[in-house]
Design a protein around this ligand. Structure first.
Ligand code: PMV
Length: 336
């Protein structure tokens, strides 16, 4: 058996939720309390290699050139266990090497691309041949948003209602070629986020008086977003994206203790987007569990929006993405 027979390498793009996932109905299986809709961010990618070896003592995880901390390593080993069990490789350790070509700490949804790329690479290395639906189910176990990063373009994560989670899976609404829109990102604080998404979701679910309202109203947001994607209606998609983001943050702010992800630059950037809109630019914002502001727009508006965001004192960088492709295996043979 050659050394490369148990090797797999894959790339995946992070995705941006327009209708947010915030809250779990089952923590062990990582089942969401609501569906969600996202776009793949093609300008950023995670590239991950996995090699299983019977001669290895324990899993070794290297992220962006550095050995991963204990918590991250454990999370990755537990995820790999799902693949090992499926492939009959129990007890066979792996080396995982992963690189992001975007700032990991900047909170640009790196867990979505991380577990999608890891799932694709690990399955290949283990000799499995999963369907995209199976890959999405697997990636969901690592991170809810990763279920969406298996697909490119515009993606919906289904809530599902089975207790085993087999219908809590993502599917593509439309490919990247369906609609050429852009995401302009105002980076407002390079520090890693202080409250991780699982912790934030759980605190919100348990203590926010608005949590029930958040869950109850998500179906309507999903319907609006689905229709807007289908008919390429940016004002309609932008409006529901802003609404979903503000509603998610209202819900986290009302937790006890309240979770405040925003910095000053976040608020200034949101005001700037609304001012630009009043001045005739098609621009709508969304904000995840972090301080950065992501702006949806058409390609023609990117320069004006980027310039305006850069002029805000709390904004440290501005990045732009197009709509991205699905996660995919890297064929080592074709790369040489
Ligand atoms: O996939 P997680 O567990 O990192 O949670 C993602 C949470 C948000 O990014 C805020 C929303 C979303 O739907 O991606």
């Amino acid at each position: 058996m050659s050394g490369h027979e148990r090797f797999g390498e894959a790339v995946a793009h992070p995705n941006l939720a327009l209708v947010k996932y915030w809250g779990k109905r089952d923590r062990a299986l990582n089942l969401p309390a609501t569906g969600s809709i996202s776009i793949s961010m093609g300008a950023f990618r995670t590239r991950t290699a996995v090699e299983f070896g019977s001669d290895r003592g324990a899993d070794e995880v290297v992220l962006n050139g550095e050995t991963a901390d204990g918590g991250t390593s454990t999370r990755i080993s537990e995820f790999l266990d799902l693949v090992r069990t499926e492939a009959g490789l129990d007890g066979v350790a792996a080396k995982v090497t992963s690189e992001n070509d975007f700032p990991t700490a900047a909170g640009l949804a790196s867990s979505s691309s991380a577990f999608a790329a890891l799932g694709v690479a690990a399955c290949h290395a283990a000799g499995l041949e999963p369907t995209t639906t199976e890959l999405s189910l697997l990636s969901r176990r690592g991170s809810g948003s990763a279920a969406r990063s298996i697909f490119g373009g515009f993606v919906e994560m289904r809530l599902g209602n089975r207790s085993d989670g087999q219908d809590a899976v993502a599917e593509q609404l439309a490919g990247a070629e369906h609609w050429d829109i852009r995401i302009v990102i105002a980076v407002t604080d390079p520090r890693p986020k202080r409250v991780g998404s699982t912790e934030g979701m759980e605190l919100t679910r348990k203590t926010s008086p608005y949590y029930a309202g958040w869950v109850d109203t998500s179906g309507e947001d999903l319907r609006r977003a689905r229709d807007a994607v289908k008919s390429r209606d940016l004002p309609a998609l932008g409006e529901v994206a802003e609404h979903s983001a503000l509603k998610m943050h209202a819900c986290t702010l009302a937790a006890q203790p309240g979770i405040l992800y925003w910095r000053g630059g976040t608020v200034e950037a949101m005001h700037a987007v609304r001012e630009m809109r009043s001045a005739g630019h098609g621009a709508w914002f969304t904000v995840d569990a972090g301080p950065h502001v992501k702006v949806l727009c058409m390609p023609d508006d990117v320069d004006a929006i980027g310039e305006r965001l850069r002029s805000i004192p709390g904004v440290t960088d501005v990045l732009v993405s197009n709509v991205g492709a699905p996660a995919s295996l890297i064929d080592a043979a074709k790369e040489v």
